[in-house]
Ligand binder design. Sequence first.
Ligand code: SF4
Length: 336
Amino acid sequence: MQVFDQEIYDIVEKGLEGNGLSAENVLALYEVEETSKEAAYIRWAGQELSMIAADGVAEIHAQIGLNSTVCPKNCKFCSFAACNNVRKGKYELPKEDVLEYAKLYVEEGANLILMLTTASYSFDKLVDMVGSVREVIPADMPLLVNTDDMQLDQCRQLKAAGANGAYHAVRMREGEDTEIPVEKRFETFANLREAGLTLSTCVEPVGPEHTPEELTEATMRCISTNPLSAGVGKRIGVPGTLVYDRGMLTDVANANMVAVYRLATGRDLRLNCSANTVMTAASGANLAWAEVGTNPRDTVERTEHGGRGSNIAQLRKMFAASGWQVLDGPSKGWMR
Ligand code: SF4
């Protein structure tokens, strides 16, 4: 019988102390074969540390996709990208539908609301939408945007309109699988910080082609941005996109990665993403996303109409199946 790898055991034990890990240690964990006994130990440890970090409480954040207008940034994994030719022309959700979705999400128990747009959405319209949604949700409910890169003045406008933060990420192979320079992402991180907006980010979208070295670099970069939530999210293969043929990670591989992220970041981060399956939610992921409206991982007009978007009831069941309580009321991870 194969002997358990002592080096991996020692790194995991160090990770369980909750103070994070070095890049060298993180690389060693990402190199572990996904079906090995060491990988099972990493997944157990990821769950153990996340349970401690979040007192056994998971959160469900709720995304409203505002438009699917063809986007010029050409991210090869995204159904909105012009280069993929999956979507046609312009499509935007009417404001009254967005407000209705926001109110419904609060009633159903979402812990945070996020509005997603393509880079082709009018910024002024987004500011107006933030202000209007802020009026129909509780004052202490975190409100985020996920949109194009932003200048400082734009971040300040969003903050003044009632936004608390943004989801923003350096994508895997940014500048190669997208037409966005990595430096633009860093400028936006700095502008968000300067404007007093906080950050949700992630190592994403991860596919089978990404190496342990790339995952390590992305993980250490995410940690350096001091986010309020982060983790690892797998790429969802959208038929017709340029990277569809590269395939998708198994849920087991994604679960290993969320566990590694948790051990890498330590105990201080309350919310570890992405709890997209029972497998990841049992390996350290305690943040899941419900989705309505347009969705870059989907091809239908509204993801809740026969598409892949999960609703809050489904995500509650998933967390129950993996041993998590779900928070009532506004996010605790965003109250740091
Ligand atoms: S991921 Fe965002 S920036 Fe890239 S093509 Fe899609 S909508 Fe545009």
